[in-house]
Design a protein. Structure first.
Lengths: 123, 103
């Protein structure tokens, strides 16, 4: 179980994605946590103090586990870096190619048809 | 498993679930590059909502959902995330004005 600082966590996450390109999955879990034990929580609650919550981020590739805690101050920065990593790595997802519309326009040019729908049906 | 077909429905119900049980709700993402599949799960260990996709456009939508969850979890479930969006817009506007003046 690797509890890392923010930046090392992001670096490890990147390499995790890299390692699992040809096979395997990458799991990322987000959960609210205060990083305190139940006893401490009860103490704080009875005193009437506000409990500071953070976001626990865990990542795994089935073999290695890493995690980090993101506080309210860091969350904007972490969120930006995390989004960048995901955008860069999630390349295997299908992009919406508008093949249907292209085919219908090509058919229009060839046949000089009246409506796109009727041409699509013929095709 | 409870797979939800509508993205907006998934987002709305996930946020409701989180606001109801902020300590128990977790948001899980599984990405498989070899299959080109992305699965999202939000659960409080009683109710489970899932969403799966292979579309790149859903990755962009997921980014927005990530932002929502980060804000909710770090700052608290009472946070109105339109506030956060508003702040970002406010930061963007002076930057644009600055560029105009320099020119």
């Amino acid at each position: 179980m690797g509890r890392l600082q923010l930046d090392p966590f992001l670096n490890e996450l990147t390499s995790m994605f890299e390692r699992n390109t040809e096979q395997g999955s990458v799991w990322v879990t987000l959960k609210r946590s205060s990083d305190k034990s139940k006893a401490q929580l009860n103490k704080l609650a009875s005193k009437g103090e506000a409990i500071e919550y953070k976001c626990l981020v865990r990542a795994s590739d089935g073999k290695k586990n890493i995690s980090t805690l993101v506080g309210a101050k860091d969350h904007q920065r972490f969120q930006a870096s995390y989004a960048t990593i995901l955008k860069a790595r999630m390349t295997a997802l299908k992009k919406r190619e508008r093949k249907d519309k292209r085919k219908s326009t090509e058919v229009d040019k060839k046949q000089g048809g009246v409506s796109k729908k009727s041409n699509a049906k013929k095709a | 498993m409870v797979y939800i077909t509508s993205w907006d429905d998934f987002v709305e119900r996930s946020v409701l679930l989180f606001r109801a049980h902020p300590d128990k709700t977790r948001y899980v993402m599984k990405y498989r590059n070899c299959d080109g599949k992305l699965v999202l799960k939000v659960t409080d260990d009683k109710e489970c909502l899932k969403f799966k996709t292979d579309q790149a456009q859903d990755a962009k939508k997921m980014e927005k959902l990530n932002n929502i969850f980060f804000t909710l979890m770090a700052r608290g479930p009472e946070v109105d995330f339109n506030e956060v969006a508003g702040k970002e817009q406010a930061e963007a506007q002076p930057a644009k004005k600055g560029r105009g003046r320099k020119q």
